[in-house]
Design a binder for this molecule. Structure first.
Ligand SMILES: [Zn+2]
Length: 402
């Protein structure tokens, strides 16, 4: 018996080592698939709903147990329990069976609580004010830990999920490139429905080929502004604002009229969340497209603006935050410091004072004139060159311009 055990451990170790070796030449990507609600059977609907309800019961039971006594450490909680106490409206408890939540999911709920508690105590040690871990009213995600066991593809668009009867129809599989290795996933519960965020490992070579297939162009400077969202050094102005819809505004007005906490209030609140998610998806989509477009350039110059300080509705409605987040840290992007005088500096080197409302740059010394934003975008490149030299970063070729 003992021999069997060591044999098994050895196999696990070897498998882990092999995985580690493979990961070094692989890149990690996460793809989100949507579960088609309309094609779900009644039983499947019930199972999906209950998985998250039971996950919530378990999470709250663990939190309640740790609150009972100082000695109750979450990592000592018995994750094998088949039922948990659930607090009812009148304050009493009822023992409820966990029928849909698979063993691995229970363990992942427990792991999440442990992770949260450790995070809180780490923040406390740093001197931040933290409260206790709160009870959850709705669980938003659950882990599907092992591809092939907790989740697998049954056909091109059908997936089998652990403890959900039959197979579910998913859309978005087309994003996953062929030949990649599928790993763990997350089952997401959102106001817009259920999703599966699936982690894949792809050969780095394939990723590069896929991301480099378009023609690379020279250099570009980007100015992010308060009035027009993005100005390029080529003179192109791109407005990347996605406004709140009239429907959303009407819902917000409705919510204000309703009694806080009532059932109708909750319904409206849910609809508002759904609208916000739609908006977010639209903004993300616009941001991704712009980033993809900009990455055709071999070198991208931009300034490390503090977008959060721009308390401006137009900026908040845009996808600038996402664009900046995706570009900063990219190997082909040069981020100029916040202090670089990209608006004031003239081609002759003179620093011309500028008011916020001056829309045209006009140099007092040499008479050079240009549109304010385009001038700033061009300056990103000019000052970017100096900045790079200052940093000693000359390891890449700069494109000559006439
Ligand atoms: Zn000048």
């Amino acid at each position: 018996m003992k021999k069997d055990f060591s044999e098994k451990n050895k196999k696990i170790k070897e498998a882990m080592k092999a995985t580690h070796t493979r990961r070094q030449v692989q890149a990690c990507r996460v793809f989100t698939l949507k579960i088609n609600q309309k094609k779900l059977s009644l039983k499947q609907r019930e199972a999906l709903k209950m998985i998250f309800v039971e996950g919530k019961w378990l999470r709250n039971a663990i939190i309640a147990w740790t609150k009972e006594s100082e000695d109750n450490k979450p990592w000592e909680y018995d994750g094998n329990l088949k039922s948990v106490p659930v607090k009812l409206r009148d304050g009493s408890y009822e023992q409820r069976e966990l029928r849909y939540l698979a063993m691995q999911m229970r363990q992942s709920v427990l792991a999440e609580v442990i992770h949260n508690i450790k995070g809180l105590s780490a923040a406390k040690k740093k001197g931040r004010k933290v409260g206790a871990l709160r009870f959850t009213s709705e669980l938003k995600s659950l882990n599907l830990k092992q591809f092939g066991m907790s989740h697998k593809f049954k056909s091109k668009h059908r997936m089998k999920l652990r403890n959900i009867p039959g197979t579910v129809y998913v859309s978005g599989v087309g994003q996953i490139p062929g030949g990649c290795e599928i790993a763990n996933a997350k089952l997401l519960n959102t106001p817009r429905g259920y999703y599966i965020a699936i982690t894949c490992f792809i050969d780095k070579e394939i990723v590069e080929q896929k991301e480099m297939h378009y023609e690379i162009q020279g250099e570009i400077g980007i100015d992010m502004g308060r009035t027009t969202s993005v100005t390029l050094s080529t003179g192109e102005k791109i407005n990347v604002q996605i406004e709140e819809t009239g429907h959303l505004k009407r819902l917000q007005m409705k919510l204000a009229r309703q009694t806080k906490g009532s059932n109708n209030w909750k319904k409206t609140k849910h609809l508002i969340e759904k609208e916000y998610q739609k908006l977010k998806a639209k903004r993300n989509d616009a941001g991704n497209k712009l980033v993809h477009d900009l990455l055709r350039y071999e070198r991208i110059y931009m300034q490390d603006e503090n977008l959060r300080d721009w308390h401006n509705k137009k900026v908040q409605n845009s996808c600038l935050g996402r664009v900046k987040a995706k570009l900063s840290g990219h190997p082909r992007v040069v981020m100029l410091p916040r202090t670089a005088a990209t608006t004031k500096t003239c081609v002759c080197g003179y620093k011309q004072p500028m008011h916020l409302w001056d829309r045209t740059f006009r140099c007092e010394v040499c008479g050079y004139t240009d549109d304010r934003d385009i001038h700033a975008a061009k300056n990103m490149i000019r000052l970017g060159h100096q900045y790079q030299v200052g940093l000693g970063r000359t390891d890449f070729k700069l494109v000559e311009k006439e």
